[in-house]
Design a protein around this ligand. Structure first.
Ligand code: OGA
Ligand code: NI
Length: 352
């Protein structure tokens, strides 16, 4: 690809365009309809305090997690054990990375979704019809020593700070996976063992200010293809979650993380836990940074429900057998369209 076609959104947006280019404009039926979005009031999306997870409140917290996973697919966590300084560091590094000169950022550019360290723009520039108002840096980060040498070395503390962050977030994920296993009535280490070789990716999403936010998305509605996602966002609203057919804005609460169930957890739980549609919208005035951590099964893992979760209420496995590798490739190549990728893997769907 010619270097000139590697155009990042940050460079377009910083030139103060008054109108967005036509490739970002969604059709009228596919726009965010921002005036019709419900604002969350702090309790709309359950906020779970993890402080007592190993104490006397253990069973209460497990129950809260079970309910949130079943009813909402999303919850927020506080007292998660990740220091405030580490959170601020990683957000600052992301902010600084996207302010680096173009030539420096482009060192990591790739539009190949299989690359383990890459900067790109929108979602999948190779296959998509309409662009999204986002640049992103995506890094594989577990096992850390396999990937950290590929990462940007600018800003200078990037590898150290982001590496520590990834390791610490992994600790939180492992605690949540134990709690979620327990909430499904399974042995604590059930999910851990089921994943095969664990995988972890972190993304830094950069959403520049947008002169016409009502015409485009930062990320259109999608469900996450992985097992579970731990999202860190800065203080600018943008994330919206679909509930009962209505979009709800999840406004940031400092020092909390947003946890959402991904498609593989829905499969593993045999549809008890929900991988819910969500999207990111943009705004006229402020750039926005989000840093999701995606926790994944091994590419060759076959994720399916344990026999304990096949019973009178759920008499058969809802999805056919597939490897995570097969699923992930489908996710990246079909684009972010509203119908969940999972539908293609239903046991009753012969077309997959
Ligand atoms: C994602 C995602 C939401 C956000 O990267 O999968 O849903 O607020 N991001 O950036
Ligand atoms: Ni997502």
């Amino acid at each position: 690809m010619a270097p000139t076609s590697k155009l990042l959104l940050a460079d377009l947006a910083s030139s103060c365009v008054k109108q967005i280019p036509s490739n970002y404009i969604r059709s009228v039926s596919d726009r965010p309809n921002l005036s019709n979005v419900q604002i969350s009031d702090g309790s709309t999306i359950p906020l779970i305090d993890l402080l007592g997870l190993n104490g006397p409140n253990h069973f209460l917290i497990i129950k809260q997690i079970a309910q949130a996973c079943q009813n909402d697919g999303f919850f927020q966590v506080k007292n998660h054990g990740i220091p405030e300084e580490m959170i601020n560091n990683v957000l600052n590094i992301a902010r600084k990375f996207f302010k680096l000169p173009k030539s420096e950022r482009l060192k990591n550019y790739s539009d190949d979704p299989t690359k383990t360290t890459r900067l790109s723009t929108s979602f999948n520039v190779k296959t998509e019809q309409v662009s999204s108002w986002r640049d992103y840096l995506r890094l594989h980060c577990y096992p850390l020593e396999d990937y950290i040498h590929e990462w940007p070395s600018n800003p200078p503390s990037f590898r150290k700070d982001v590496g520590e962050y990834c390791t610490t977030v992994r600790g939180l994920v492992l605690r949540l996976l134990e709690a979620i296993s327990e909430s499904l009535g399974l042995e604590k280490d059930y999910i851990d063992k089921k994943l095969g070789k664990h995988g972890q990716h972190v993304a830094m999403n950069y959403y520049p200010p947008c002169p016409q936010p009502e015409l485009t998305y930062g990320l259109p509605g999608h469900t996450d293809p992985n097992l579970i996602t731990i999202l860190l966002q800065d203080d600018v609203p943008g994330l919206q979650v679909l509930r009962n057919g209505k979009w709800i804005a999840v406004n940031p609460i400092p020092n909390t993380f947003i946890v959402n169930i991904g498609d593989q957890m829905q499969v593993l739980s045999n549809d008890r836990y929900k991988s819910v549609l969500h999207r990111a919208v943009v705004n006229c005035d402020k750039e926005r940074i989000s840093v999701p951590t995606f926790y994944c099964p091994s590419p060759d893992a076959i994720i399916g429900p344990p026999k304990e979760l096949i019973n009178d209420d759920y008499p058969a496995a809802v999805y056919r057998d597939f490897t995570y590798e097969e699923y992930y490739e489908k996710f990246w190549n079909r684009g972010l369209i509203k119908e969940c990728c999972l539908d293609l893997f239903k046991a009753s769907n012969n077309s997959a």
